[in-house]
Design a binder for this molecule. Structure first.
Ligand code: 6PG
Length: 243
């Protein structure tokens, strides 16, 4: 793992930096490939980032939105990651509806919905069998237990390596989630983490001997990064040699 670690003084500075990095990555992807693909995370941390992106002046018709994970609820449910991103950001910018790919959660069969999303990704990226796409910008959050996306500690999803999308499990509640290999093929994988409560998990993720099945964010080791954006409170958990 050759992580990039940036520790910002507070949450506001963290979000400003995350906004700048997102916009910079989107613009360079469009310059290089004519489009930018982003995979969003859910939870509460990214909400102010999404609100800032709602005001960004970007060529939205060239921006494509995926999700890295979703709770297994309808898209209008208050816990839906799709709903949160629409309310904070996507409904405020002129991005074509066809550019937005929510994870399906309506088959009443998580495995089927995961397989459907896998098909969506294969079609969109025109993948050959066994190929993983290099998503331009993959935004990851991290829980205080060290999970990321819906890759929770000691769950079967952590060991899925031959798929793009699988079924996660959070205390018995099904989730749809990117697999670790898909995240690790990301062009730019950014963790956005804030708060004292994330310190311990970070100290484990940055220590050589902690077990990745106990701290699943440790599984995320893309060639370039990951790029950790932390506030000072969370950053206290990172050993000095990484700062
Ligand atoms: C989700 C997320 C999840 C989240 C972490 C951190 O669906 O909840 O994708 O992985 O990023 O749980 O959540 P907070 O940002 O709320 O701490």
């Amino acid at each position: 793992m050759n992580p990039i670690v940036e520790i910002l003084p507070d949450k506001a500075a963290l979000i400003d930096r995350a906004y700048a990095l997102t916009v910079e990555t989107v613009k360079s992807a469009i310059a290089a490939r004519g489009q930018a693909t982003l995979a969003l995370s859910g939870g509460s941390t990214p909400k102010p980032l999404y609100a800032a992106l709602a005001k960004a002046d970007l060529p939205w018709e060239k921006v494509y939105i995926l999700w890295g994970d979703e709770r297994y609820v309808p898209h209008d449910h208050e816990r839906s990651n799709v709903r949160m991103a629409h309310e904070a950001w996507l409904s405020h910018v002129p991005i074509p509806a066809d550019n937005i790919f929510p994870m399906p959660t309506s088959a009443d069969d998580p495995a089927r919905d995961a397989a459907d999303y896998e098909k969506t990704l294969k079609n969109f990226f025109q993948l050959s069998p066994g190929e993983f796409p290099a998503i331009d910008f993959v935004l990851q959050g991290m829980g205080d237990d060290g999970h990321t996306a819906s890759l929770f500690p000691h769950t079967a999803a952590l060991d899925v390596s031959d798929r793009l999308v699988t079924v996660g499990n959070h205390d018995g509640e099904p989730r749809i989630t990117f697999t670790a290999p898909l995240i690790n093929h990301g062009q730019k994988v950014v963790f956005l983490v804030a708060g004292e409560n994330k310190q311990h998990a970070l100290s484990q993720i940055f220590s050589a001997d902690a077990d990745a099945h106990t701290y699943p964010s440790k599984l995320i080791a893309p060639p370039a990064g990951p790029h950790w954006l932390l506030d000072a409170a969370a950053g206290k958990g990172v050993p000095d040699q990484f700062k």
